[in-house]
Design a protein around this ligand. Sequence first.
Ligand code: GLY
Length: 445
Amino acid sequence: MSKLRCPDTVNVLLLGTGGREHALAWKLKQSKRLGTLWVEPDANAGILDLGRACPEPINDVFRLCRWCEREQISLVVIGPEAPLAADLATKLADPPNRVVFGPSRAGAQLEWDKAFAKQVMRAARVPTGDARVFTDAEQALAFVETRVDGCVVKATGLCAGKGVVVCKTVAEARAAVQDCLVKKVFGDAGATMLIEDLLSGPEVSVLALCDGRSFWILDAAQDHKRVGEGDTGPNTGGMGAFSPTPRATPELLRIVERDVLVPTVDALKRMDIPFRGVLYAGIMLTPAGPKVLEFNTRFGDPETQPMMARLKGDLVELCWATATGQLDETELSFDQRAACCVVVCSKGYPGSYAKGLEIEGLDEARAVERAPGEDIIIFHAGTARKGGKVVTNGGRVVGVTALARDLGRARDLANMAAARIRFEGAFYRRDIGRSIESTPAPALG
Ligand code: GLY
């Protein structure tokens, strides 16, 4: 019998406007404890169909707090990294009346400052690639001349997924340093950079809810970052994702918990930083064992879409328990079916693209013929409503998530549904999750 201390009715404010937040809103709506779901006024059309638009600007914390009091908001769920870096988790919390799901700015520093994350990992002996920190272009350029086996050049700040350049040659590394420290293409986010060893191996993301003490490791999901089929072309925010993944074996998850999650959270605790929220470790399965590539301190996008489609349990309770140190009192399990999410994108993405194009076929996509036990869920990402029509409003427009007995069937269903979504220049990858099916589970070194 659960002893979770949580109000019977919880009014929730969800921050964030994209596909991840539509998936969170969809799952929050299923909670028996949800009172009113409030969302950002400029959220996508799918989110605004599920929640009421908060009338206050999100960046005016004083007004937002007063509005939260008036509407008796007792839980704020923060989706993206920017409000975490702006410390909204601390500013909006008003214990014991209002709790916030998401770490403080100090905890989120693991994501918004990659040099800090390296320092914490070193102190906690978390396995990760060696790296050096630079702010001076000449010193960085001299250093990359010695990196003849390749390196990874990283802006340390938040760059919307664009600040990491994998360099196979010294010439590539020189260009990446110039972009970051001389041309300042990432602005302040690239004023400090890391030059890191180039690791090799398959990647897997391990996400856990952490309440400062206990963890719930979530069934892993994996995304495809490259824009083209066969993992080719430039990086994107994520062209699709699937869950579960055979790479995340129970043995791997045990190792990651023991060698990564626990020591990292303990190291933060020693710095007086209680970490409460999602700890997302991007791991590379190197021949020498799993090593951390980076941390995020929020759910992944689009990984959250197949993940929420499979999550069993009450998301309001899970967020509440995470924020209040009560994860021990919650239940968590996952649907045994496989979920595959295919993201339909605007022509030109990840470069520039048009907005405002009418989207047709959303209902047809939901109605794709399927067998009993199969489901299709459409999560909006970059959409808006204009004159009663749904139009494009971003590079990643909608995510189609299908649930089926295995990944291959889930992908086929998601592809069939994605084919019915029409707007000028729409494109998507048809091979989400295919490479994993032919890859054996990795050796763990
Ligand atoms: N899909 C990668 C991320 O959310 O950071």
